[in-house]
Design a protein around this ligand. Structure first.
Ligand code: PEP
Ligand code: MN
Length: 333
């Protein structure tokens, strides 16, 4: 159940509704959204109790939401969420194309890549400065120096950038630099990180956990929404299955599934899904054909020298070819 207060409700009206809810002993989470206060009620509420509350002054709407994710559901918000980042938009028909290397290695690498991917049609740059690596002996990222290199590439190219946050300690710093903050697959259920993201004034790119169900994925988004941040982009990046020919298995069906039940935009990262550069373009086309709101593609000027994920990285000209075929798909759609 969701009780949405009017955006112009008085403090006293909000407090009265809160007190009445406490009196009938339902579990209530007050959510301070950008527009209004919403009370999310997680326990059951009978019709008589609902009637006694619903007529209070200051209430705009009361809704029963069947799913455990409330604010992420289309019942709560039937229209697509549209997010503006710098001069790009995503959602409601607007597409976002993110491209760049897995990790930030040097300023030259970032500036060159940014210029090239922009030429080919990317609308946002990517690059990890803090890297979640399976081995503690692998390159861990260039930290704040990397954030500065990303900022320099943004300055030169005009492209906004997304970069990953791995923990709460570095959140403030990354928030200062990034235009879009990524929470990676391994942290999709790091609930304290999700709560911190909920307090952020920056949009969040939430990647699907590698074995997360649709419901778990949307519940992770719900944490961020419940914290007051409604600018969330979901990202399908492949899930773990029995097959090991590819790095993961791209779950193409989650795109229309999310569209049915949730208003948030969802993009696809075919690079991490397959782990092989040769398969990135066909999967990118498939993603756009099923209605994804955008793509995130790993591009490196010299993939053979990449410090991370070279096997799945496209050379800039191959990214250009991908964009030519993706544009055809988008036009056909
Ligand atoms: C990444 O985008 O660099 C990354 C580490 O992705 P994922 O969290 O999907 O593995
Ligand atoms: Mn990578």
């Amino acid at each position: 159940m969701l009780i949405m207060m009017r955006p112009d409700a008085f403090g006293e009206e909000i407090e009265t509704v809160h007190r009445k809810l406490a009196e009938i002993k339902v579990e209530v989470i007050p959510v301070s959204g950008e527009r209004q206060i919403v009370f999310a009620i997680t326990g059951g509420m009978g019709d008589a109790e609902l009637e006694s509350i619903a007529t209070h002054p200051g209430i705009e709407k009361v809704m029963r939401v069947r799913q455990p994710y409330k604010m992420a559901s289309r019942t709560f918000q039937p229209a697509d969420t549209v997010i503006t980042i710098g001069n790009c938009q995503i959602g409601g028909g607007h597409k976002l194309i993110i491209a760049g290397p897995c990790s930030v290695e040097s300023e030259q690498q970032m500036v060159d890549t940014a210029k090239l991917v922009k030429q080919h049609g990317a609308t946002m740059l990517r690059g990890g400065a803090y890297k979640p690596r399976s081995s503690p002996y692998s390159f861990q990222g260039s930290g704040e120096e990397g954030l500065k290199m990303l900022a320099q590439a943004r300055e030169v190219s005009g492209l906004p950038f997304v970069t990953e946050v791995m923990d709460e300690e570095t959140f403030d710093l990354i928030e200062e630099y990034a235009d879009l903050i990524q929470i990676g697959t391994r942290n999709m259920q790091n609930f304290s990180l999700l709560k911190r993201a909920g307090k952020s004034r920056k949009p969040i790119l939430l990647k699907r956990g590698m074995s997360a169900t649709l419901e778990e994925f949307l519940m992770a988004a719900e944490y961020i929404l419940a914290g007051g941040n409604s600018n969330i982009i979901l990202c399908e990046r492949g899930i773990r299955t029995f097959d090991n020919y590819t790095r993961n298995t791209l779950d193409i069906s989650i795109i229309p599934a999310v569209k049915e039940v949730c208003h948030l935009p969802i993009i696809v990262d075919p690079s991490h899904a397959c782990g092989k550069w040769s398969m990135v373009e066909p999967l990118a086309k498939a993603a756009m054909a099923v209605g994804a709101d955008g793509l995130m593609i790993e591009v490196h000027p010299q993939p053979e020298k990449a410090l991370c994920d070279g096997d799945q990285s496209l050379k800039p000209e191959k990214f250009g070819n991908l964009m030519v075929s993706v544009r055809k798909i988008m036009a056909a759609m």
